[in-house]
Ligand binder design. Structure first.
Ligand SMILES: *Cc1c(COP(=O)(O)O)cnc(C)c1O
Length: 408
């Protein structure tokens, strides 16, 4: 038997079934007309943001990194909740524009931006978080050609990292950002060439559950920004302090203590150096804002026993849930929170393996899980599906195509 991850708080049974936004799983599937289906809850998005705002200092801006989930109705909800958006490609810029997001609230990071992506971003007035000297020079040249002033911030590759993060994005050699010691000269070059100087972006990692590690990193980020601003010789209009706030996916994971992070930031903000005093300070979060708002529903199409092991074969799988299958940046596969949605209040009584419909042994949704006895036709729920599900899974694999998505 292998434990399942913790189901996020607040999900309840109605008529014995998992309910989201007051509607049962079977009603939601009937509305969508098919499975597999991602359901995102507007109420959960709003509550998550309200709790975060209450915990963080008032002056801290909160941005949404749309790569976590770029479903248009969800982007429209987020537009009313957050202070800005972080994008990482021209495709995401187009999605942000289609959702009606204000380009002046968008910043564009990511290595390997092509000229046409820089052009679209500069023409729209998006801030570029430039990742190299070459990129700054190309942005300046494109700005000149278009007759519009590029808004330039520099993404810093800091010499420290976010301890305990699931994906490290700083510290040592990296394809991301500009090494600390090169930043002052490149910043001067952009400012002297007439760019609109937008400050620094320092992102150090992802999926951290230790408040202590995040507090330490935020302290390092503020110290580094102060030092670099001195070396650049100009105050910072803006400092994007990165993010890294994680959510519990696996057995034993505890929710992040955001109250502790908020208190530590409040103390730092009360004693800011002159270089940062007038800066717009923000963090950028993806999964923390949207991950727990989403549930993936997939239907059991077969139930079989092989050498004494029970398999529940679903019509979904890793083509929509790469991370839950254990194939997106994990070393050891562990179970996400999974339940039988159509028997949500039933007692666990058998050990089963929940798999997808793809013809590969990688397609696993839960291994050796204790679950209520489920039959063909039952619905399985995979929780924490609001981030890096639909947006980060190979939906074209085996000709399956994307899942349905709905926001309730
Ligand atoms: C991926 C990414 C994020 C979002 O990460 P989460 O773990 O979803 O919060 C934020 N900023 C940058 C630069 C990223 O690459």
């Amino acid at each position: 038997m292998k434990p399942l991850g913790p189901i996020p708080a607040g999900f309840e049974a109605v008529d014995g079934e998992l309910a989201i936004g007051g509607m049962t799983a079977s009603v939601l599937v009937a509305q969508a007309g098919r499975t597999p289906l991602f359901v995102y809850s507007k109420d959960r998005l709003e509550r998550r943001m309200a709790e975060l705002r209450a915990a963080m200092p008032d002056r801290l801006g909160i941005n949404y990194a749309i790569k976590a989930n770029s479903f248009e109705p969800l982007l429209k909800v987020m537009a009313g909740l957050v202070d800005g958006f972080d994008i990482a490609s021209g495709g995401e810029l187009a999605m942000a524009q289609a959702a009606g997001l204000d380009p002046s609230r968008i910043s564009f990071a990511g290595p390997g931006k092509r000229d046409i992506e820089l052009e679209a971003a500069i023409a729209a007035g998006v801030t570029l978080n430039c990742e190299s000297r070459n990129e700054v020079d190309r942005a300046l040249a494109i700005g000149e050609r278009l007759g519009s002033t590029p808004r330039i911030a520099l993404r810093v590759n800091p010499s420290f990292e976010l301890r305990g993060s699931g994906m490290k994005m700083g510290g040592g050699a990296k394809p991301f950002g500009i090494d600390e010691d090169l930043v002052p000269e490149i910043a001067r070059r952009a400012i002297d060439a007439g760019a609109e100087w937008k400050g620094l972006h320092i992102f150090t990692g992802s999926q951290a559950l230790s408040a202590e590690a995040i507090i330490e990193t935020q302290g390092n980020v503020l110290d580094l920004a102060d030092r670099l601003s001195g070396e650049i010789g100009a105050p910072l209009p803006k400092l994007n302090m990165g993010g890294g706030f994680g959510i519990p996916y696996f057995h034993g994971d505890e929710p992040l203590d955001i109250a502790a992070i908020g208190e530590a930031l409040e103390a730092r903000f009360a004693a800011l150096p002159d270089s940062l005093f007038g800066a717009h300070l923000c963090i950028e979060l993806g999964r923390y804002l949207v991950g727990e708002s989403g549930v993936y529903l997939t239907r059991i199409v077969d139930r079989k026993v092989s050498h004494g092991t029970t398999y529940l074969v679903t019509d979904g799988g890793l083509h929509h849930q790469l991370a839950a299958s254990g194939n997106f940046g994990t070393v050891v596969r562990r179970n996400y929170p999974v339940a039988i949605a159509s028997r949500f209040d039933a007692r666990p009584e058998e050990e089963a393996y929940v798999v997808g419909c793809l013809c590969t042994p990688l397609d696993r949704l839960a291994d050796g899980a204790m679950l209520p006895r489920a039959q063909v036709g039952d619905l399985v729920a995979v929780f924490c599906a609001g981030a890096y599900g639909a947006s980060a899974s190979p939906s074209a694999f085996l000709g399956q195509g994307p899942a349905a998505e709905m926001l309730v």
